[in-house]
Design a protein around this ligand. Structure first.
Ligand code: DOR
Ligand code: ZN
Ligand code: ZN
Length: 392
C-alpha cells in the first residue's frame, strides 16, 4: 500500500495502556471489534483492554478470549489486562501466573474500576507480580474516601451540591503503593494521575529510585471542574476532573517526564447511563479517537512538547513500560512496521455519532480540534485511512 505523506509526520503506532472495551458483558456499549476500529482511527496499533469487564477478567479463559478476538479482528493488537484480585471484591489474589502463561500472555494486571484497598493484598500482589516479571497498574483510589463521591472535592462541587472526591483519596494510595513497591523491589504503574500532589509524590518516589511510572489521560490535561456548571453527566469521570492548577501541574509533569505517558482511559457508556442526573451517571469518557488531537492542543500548541515528544509519550514510553520492546527501535530495511501518519495542519470537528465507538459519551462534542490521523499501519498493513477503516 502506498500512501502519500507529503507535509505529514510519520510516528510509531500509538500504544494505549488503558482502554475499556466492554467485551464480555456490555457489548451494547463497545466490543473488541468496535473498540479496535476506534483505536486504529486514533492512530493506535496496540491497546491494553482493562479487566473490569463482566465477568471480570480474573482468569485465563477471559484474557485468552480478549487476545484471540483482537487478533481475529486484526486492526490493532488487543493485549488483555488481568484483574489483580478475583471478582470485584478485592479480597483474594487472582491466578496471575496462569493468565501470564496463557495464550493472551498477560503482562499487566490492574485493579482499575475495582480498587484493591487492603495494603496487605496489594503488597502480596506486588511481590507476586515481581516474581512473574509482570506489571501492576494501580487505579489509585481509596474507596473509603470516595463513597458517594461524584466530583472533585473543592469549591465548585460545594457550590453545585455534588459530593466531593478528595485529592487525598488518590494521593494516599500513590504514596502507599510507591512505598510497598520500594519494599518489594517491584515495579508499580499509576493509572490516570490527576492531581498536583500526585505529581509531587511521583517526583519524590522517582528521586528515591523507586520503580514507579505513571500515565495521564487527555481529558485530565484539557478539562477542569469548571465544566461541571452545566451538570452535564458527560463530564463525570473517575478520577474526577480537577482544578485548573492540577491541569497545569499535569501538563508540566508530562513535559518533564515526571509523568511517563498518555493513556486514554477510554470508557464507553450507554446513553441511558450518561443522559441522566449527574450523580446517577456512570463515570467515564470516550478517548481513543480524540487522544492525539487533545495532546496536540494541550502539549504541542503551548510549546510543552514537540513531535518527537509526542512519539515518546504516546508510543515509546508505554512500549517500554509494558515491555513491547520492538516499538520505537530502528527497523531493518523491508521489515513491516507499526506506524501512524499525521496531518499536523488539519482541523476537524468532533461529531459523536460519527465516531467508531458504539457509545457516544465524548466530552469533546462539537469542539474543533487540531491534527488528524490520516493513515495507520499495523505490521505494514493499512488499518485506517482518512477517517475510515480499511477492511482486512
Ligand atoms: O471513569 C472511569 N471509568 N474510571 C474507572 O476507573 C473505570 C472506568 C469505567 O470502566 O467506566
Ligand atoms: Zn481507573
Ligand atoms: Zn480505567
Amino acid at each position: 500500500e502506498i500512501v502519500d505523506g507529503a507535509g505529514q509526520f510519520l510516528l510509531p503506532g500509538f500504544i494505549d495502556m488503558h482502554t475499556h472495551l466492554r467485551e464480555p458483558g456490555r457489548e451494547d456499549t463497545e466490543t473488541i471489534e468496535s473498540g479496535s476500529a476506534a483505536a486504529a482511527l486514533g492512530g493506535y496499533t496496540a491497546v491494553f483492554a482493562m479487566a473490569n469487564t463482566s465477568p471480570v477478567a480474573d482468569n485465563a479463559v477471559i484474557t485468552d478470549h480478549v487476545w484471540k478476538r483482537g487478533q481475529e479482528v486484526g486492526l490493532v493488537d488487543v493485549y488483555p489486562v488481568g484483574a489483580v484480585t478475583v471478582g470485584l471484591e478485592g479480597k483474594q489474589l487472582a491466578e496471575m501466573g496462569t493468565m501470564a502463561a496463557g495464550l493472551g500472555a498477560v503482562r499487566m494486571f490492574s485493579d482499575d474500576g475495582m480498587c484493591v484497598y487492603d495494603p496487605l493484598i496489594m503488597r502480596r500482589a506486588l511481590e507476586y507480580a515481581n516474581s512473574l516479571g509482570v506489571l501492576i497498574a494501580q487505579h489509585a483510589e481509596e474507596p473509603r474516601l470516595t463513597k458517594g463521591a461524584v466530583a472533585h472535592e473543592g469549591p465548585t462541587a460545594a457550590r453545585l451540591g455534588l459530593a466531593g472526591w478528595p485529592r487525598a483519596a488518590e494521593e494516599s494510595i500513590v504514596a502507599r503503593d510507591a512505598l510497598l513497591a520500594r519494599d518489594a523491589g517491584a515495579r508499580v504503574h499509576i493509572c490516570h494521575a490527576s492531581t498536583a500532589g500526585t505529581v509531587e509524590l511521583l517526583k519524590w518516589a522517582k528521586a528515591q529510585g523507586i520503580s514507579i511510572t505513571a500515565e495521564v489521560t487527555p481529558h485530565h490535561l484539557l478539562l477542569d471542574d469548571s465544566r461541571l456548571e452545566t451538570y452535564d453527566a458527560v463530564n463525570r469521570v473517575n478520577p474526577p476532573l480537577r482544578e485548573a492548577s492540577d491541569v497545569a501541574a499535569l501538563r508540566q509533569a508530562l513535559a518533564e517526564g515526571v509523568i511517563d505517558c498518555v493513556a486514554t482511559d477510554h470508557a464507553p457508556h450507554a446513553d441511558q447511563d450518561k443522559c441522566c442526573e449527574f450523580a446517577a451517571a456512570r463515570p467515564g469518557m470516550l478517548g481513543l479517537e480524540t487522544a492525539l488531537s487533545i495532546i496536540v492542543k494541550t502539549m504541542v500548541e503551548p510549546g510543552l512538547l514537540d513531535w518527537r515528544g509526542v512519539a515518546k509519550v504516546m508510543s515509546e514510553n508505554p512500549a517500554q513500560i509494558v515491555g513491547l520492546d520492538d516499538q520505537g527501535r530502528p527497523l531493518a530495511v523491508g521489515e513491516p512496521a507499526n506506524v501512524v501518519l499525521i496531518d499536523p495542519a488539519a482541523e476537524w470537528t468532533v461529531e459523536a455519532k460519527e465516531l467508531a465507538s458504539i457509545a457516544r459519551n465524548t466530552p469533546y462534542q462539537a469542539m474543533t480540534l487540531p491534527a488528524k490521523v490520516t493513515a495507520t499501519f499495523l505490521r505494514g498493513k493499512l488499518t485506517a485511512r482518512d477517517g475510515k477503516i480499511v477492511a482486512g
